[in-house]
Unconditional design. Structure first.
Length: 336
């Protein structure tokens, strides 16, 4: 394109010089001065061409640099997407080097992982200290023993995540959803827990020293935090009023929820992988069957899995939304 442009410009300049010289001769009748006039016009044309050549050369270099930067950007984004996908893998051998490479390239803490879907990832024992995971989906992720100290988990979805023994010292967990999360023996010292949802979370032997709460923090028993709240009731198993998970813990450990049926109305959520749906049922619905389904195949199959049980419809709704799938209610039992 640039070569054709040069030829076109040169042809136009020569043509203009020739027309200008002939016009002058025709008007003056001085044919003897034709060559001199043409030479003068060509000198001007050459000077103009040189200036245009400098401009075109600079434009070409600029375009080449822009194209090179765009190629580098596309390659960088492709690498980032590939490493993020590997970080969300359930294969530990893929996760560890991905985390290391993301850290080396500065993508672990520069916001590149914000709101990424890392649900069900096997991040057990991985170094994610100071990672920026704001708004990330970490639903049912395995984070046992993971170093998340200083991490930004503001608004992250950690529904049913396994954080047993994880280091969350100084982490920002404000507005995070930790519904049914396993936080046994986790280090939450200095963590920010304002507006955090800890409903049904297991905090047994967790370190909450210097952690910050506010009036909008939802505690494991559903109550709101107050300055008078005795958090030892949730962390110390020797506490006379120690709060235990009960049904929630049994379900999370994989035991049939029917082993401990309650007389009160409860709810389950079925997450359908293939149809990208999360449907809320009454636990006693014939299609739910207390989380065993109509074929009694248990909580999880290749097509989907049951979550629950939940004590209120709102808990079930939060859990359904937490899956990131399209939420609906069972048309048979019509739970509300």
């Amino acid at each position: 394109m640039a070569k054709r442009l040069r030829i076109t410009v040169l042809a136009v300049l020569v043509a203009v010089a020739l027309v200008s010289s002939l016009s002058g001769v025709l008007l003056s009748g001085d044919w003897a001065g034709l060559l001199l006039s043409f030479g003068t016009e060509m000198a001007g044309a050459v000077a103009t061409y040189i200036l245009l050549e400098l401009f075109i050369g600079r434009w070409e270099r600029g375009e080449a640099e822009r194209e090179e930067r765009e190629v580098e950007r596309e390659e960088r984004e492709a690498d980032k997407a590939h490493l993020t996908a590997r970080l969300g893998s359930q294969v530990k051998d893929a996760v560890v080097p991905a985390a290391e490479e993301l850290r080396r390239r500065g993508w672990l803490h520069n916001g590149s992982l914000q709101e990424k879907n890392l649900s069900k990832a096997n991040l057990q024992g991985v170094d994610l200290s100071n990672a920026d995971l704001k708004g990330a989906l970490l639903i049912t992720a395995n984070l046992e023993g993971t170093d998340l100290s200083g991490a930004n988990l503001h608004g992250a979805y950690l529904f049913m995540a396994d954080l047993q023994g994880a280091d969350l010292a100084g982490a920002d967990l404000q507005e995070a959803n930790l519904l049914w999360a396993n936080l046994k023996e986790a280090n939450l010292s200095g963590a920010g827990l304002s507006k955090t949802n800890l409903l049904r979370a297991d905090l047994e032997r967790a370190d909450l020293s210097m952690a910050s709460f506010d009036k909008d923090t939802t505690l494991p028993d559903g109550a709101k935090w107050t300055p008078d709240t005795d958090m030892g009731r949730f962390t110390d198993p020797e506490h006379p009023n120690f709060w235990r998970l009960g049904t929630a813990a049994a379900t999370k450990d994989g035991h049939s929820p029917r082993d401990s049926k309650a007389d009160s109305v409860t709810y389950h959520v079925y997450e359908n992988y293939s149809e990208n749906k999360a449907r809320i049922h009454f636990s006693h619905c014939r299609y739910c069957n207390y989380g065993e389904g109509i074929h009694e195949r248990g909580l999880k199959t290749k097509n989907g899995e049951w979550h629950g049980r939940f004590a209120t419809f709102q808990e079930a709704l939060d859990a359904a939304r937490g899956t990131g799938r399209n939420v609906s209610t069972c048309g048979h039992c019509n739970p509300q």
